[in-house]
Design a protein around this ligand. Structure first.
Ligand SMILES: C=CC1=C(C)c2cc3[nH]c(cc4nc(cc5[nH]c(cc1n2)c(C)c5CCC(=O)O)C(CCC(=O)O)=C4C)c(C)c3C=C
Ligand SMILES: [Fe+2]
Ligand SMILES: [Fe+2]
Length: 372
């Protein structure tokens, strides 16, 4: 069997190498319409990491039922949060990537390129890794924007990276961030954003942490996601000095009929309203940037449930997005994971002249070889 390896002729041999940081988020449709949501959902829900089901059976259900019904419903939800600049998940992720690029430029001696890819839709992981390689990236750090590891999210990003690298003729040196659910700077950033919100708007009766759910079956099969969500919650609770009465954890966004991680966010919100909670603060620490699941599902849908149940106000505390605290926390992660790479070493400047000289020599050799 032969395979076509992407050669990217004319790259990197003749340039001093660069380090690259690739942020990866989930992806989002191109427009809030059923026609644009359908291919996005087909790719997302067709991923065997997301739906672990016999392939042929799932294919029939997905194409026979789900893709006929869900795109229209999802498009309606997307339309409620779409802005003049597009999908919040996209603009938020782009803003974070830009902020990280300038933060790193200010802290690192060597050339480091920050880029952004989407696991589903565009720009794809393959597209961005190939582009980075053309720009001379020889060392690649992949950072999925998921604080908690799940096979369905982070694991799937790793698949996409591996699928890309195995078709490259000269893959870059690779490092991957698996999760950052307990990184102290990340917990601090979350705590400070909650405290800043309370300082401005007063404190609600309770604080609910709502994480994206996954099927409970995956937890039993060994996915660490549930435990990492609870670890984040405990660290944050300790940092804020709250007890378990004041801070609750729940799981949102379930899809399909099987049992997902408990307790469910919508049921929790309704129960709290019934029990007489008047002001409920909700934050979704599993999302690095705001998206459909926070802006529509929490700040609109669950708010409506809470008010209908007798609550006075559900206040959604925004994701960290491109806040300086989040940018510093992520830059800290990058610095820690890229330790030892020359672009990150304090003596890079001193060595840069040598790197350029070597690159020039390599180029001359290559040209010499070609022209005889
Ligand atoms: C925080 C990480 C995420 C995990 C874990 C996750 C698991 C997971 N998701 C679905 C199904 C859907 N999720 C949808 C949207 C969505 N999911 C995440 C993150 C995680 N998902 C984000 C950031 C978003 C928002 C995307 C945006 O454009 O803003 C959707 C699409 C919307 C809809 O139709 O409801 C689906 C579908 C499953 C099945 C799953 C684990 C098995
Ligand atoms: Fe999801
Ligand atoms: Fe949802």
């Amino acid at each position: 069997m032969s395979r076509h390896y992407t050669g990217l002729a004319g790259y990197a041999h003749d340039q001093p190498p660069k380090a690259g940081v690739l942020l990866v988020n989930l992806g989002t449709p191109e427009a809030p319409t059923a026609a644009a949501v359908r291919p996005y959902l087909a790719e997302f829900l067709g991923d065997p990491r997301v739906i672990e089901y016999p392939r042929w059976l799932w294919w029939l259900i997905l194409h026979g039922v789900i893709l006929r019904v869900r795109p229209k419903r999802s498009a309606h939800a997307y339309a409620r949060i779409w802005t003049e600049h597009g999908s919040p998940l996209r603009t938020g992720s782009e803003g974070l990537a830009r902020a990280l690029q300038s933060e790193l430029a200010g802290r690192l001696p060597g050339p480091v390129r920050v880029d952004l890819a989407m696991r589903y839709g565009r720009p794809s992981v393959r597209e961005r890794i190939e582009a980075m390689q053309r720009e001379g990236v020889r060392r690649l750090l992949v950072l999925p924007l998921y604080p908690q590891y799940s096979a369905t999210s982070t694991g799937s990003v790793i698949d996409a990276v591996a699928d890309t690298l195995k078709t490259l003729r000269w893959p870059p040196e690779l490092r991957l961030v698996n999760d950052y659910h307990d990184q102290p700077e990340h917990i601090d950033a979350l705590a400070r954003s909650i405290e800043a919100f309370w300082a401005q708007r007063g404190r609600g009766d309770k604080l609910l942490l709502s994480f994206h759910g996954i099927p409970e079956r995956y937890l039993r099969a060994g996915d660490p996601y549930f435990c990492q969500c609870h670890a984040t919650a405990r660290l944050l609770r300790e940092k804020l000095g709250l007890d378990e009465e004041q801070m609750l954890v729940s799981f949102q966004s379930r899809v399909g009929r099987e049992r997902w991680l408990h307790p469910y966010t919508d049921e929790t919100v309704k129960r709290l309203a019934r029990e007489g909670v008047k002001r409920l603060d909700v934050i979704s620490p599993g999302f690095a940037v705001d998206c459909l699941e926070t802006l529509e599902e929490i700040a609109m849908q669950n708010r409506e449930f809470f008010l209908a149940g007798g609550g006075t106000d559900l206040r959604y505390i925004p994701a960290l997005n491109d806040s300086p605290d989040q940018v510093k926390a992520i830059a800290g992660l990058v610095l820690r994971h890229a330790q030892g790479w020359p672009e990150f070493a304090p003596d890079y400047d001193a060595k840069a002249a040598l790197l350029r000289q070597n690159a020039a020599k390599a180029r001359a050799d290559a040209m010499g070889g070609r022209t005889g």
